[in-house]
Design a binder for this molecule. Structure first.
Ligand SMILES: CC(C)(COP(=O)(O)OP(=O)(O)OC[C@H]1O[C@@H](n2cnc3c(N)ncnc32)[C@H](O)[C@@H]1OP(=O)(O)O)[C@@H](O)C(=O)NCCC(=O)NCCS
Length: 148
């Protein structure tokens, strides 16, 4: 970690714009719901799901969506700023997300990693998440573009 470790907590609406800018520069891929409306719907449905890590200057250096739908926990948008990688922040974000989801009642947490990104795959392997090689993901964008 840096001298002052980033602080992890729920995002505020005032941070949504900065989060979207952060994803544009630091995320591995663009996502269909990377817009203001997507974030507003998320936090209206599941308040507290959008976690951010901020540095001592208040800048966003990490994010994780730890979403609870009443049946499963799902992780999305785990992103750590390039200057803060390999310092344990990704692990800390996932720890915070797991704590939240367990408190809400989750017994299983799923996520999709970008298979062509070795760092992402190595990260989830290191954290003890197991691949479901038998599961095949099906997806369809019912509105809008063909992003993920
Ligand atoms: C994947 C990502 C979130 C990891 O964040 P991070 O803060 O660097 O991860 P941590 O420092 O907590 O790493 C925890 C462990 O994961 C593994 N790991 C992380 N990055 C790795 C890499 N580039 N190569 C190999 N192993 C890696 C290591 O075992 C590491 O422990 P160690 O540093 O003690 O060896 C970050 O690289 C990132 O934001 N990448 C771009 C977006 C992305 O791909 N997100 C994941 C989408 S599913």
């Amino acid at each position: 970690m840096h001298a002052t470790p980033p602080v992890i907590g729920p995002a505020t609406p005032e941070q949504f714009g900065e989060i979207l800018s952060f994803w544009r520069v630091a995320a591995a891929v663009a996502s269909t719901t990377d817009d203001l409306s997507g974030l507003e719907v998320l936090v209206a449905h599941d308040p507290g799901a959008l976690l951010v890590a901020t540095d001592a200057g208040g800048r966003i250096v990490g994010t994780l969506i730890a979403a609870w739908d009443g049946w499963r926990g799902n992780f999305y948008r785990l992103v750590v700023h390039p200057d803060h990688r390999r310092l344990g922040l990704g692990r800390a974000l996932v720890g915070a997300g797991e704590t939240r989801l367990i408190q809400l009642g989750a017994r299983r947490i799923s996520l999709f990693a970008v298979g062509s990104h070795p760092a992402a795959v190595a990260f989830w392997d290191a954290l003890g998440y197991r691949r479901d090689d038998d599961d095949v993901r099906f997806a369809r964008n019912v509105v809008g573009t063909q992003k993920r």
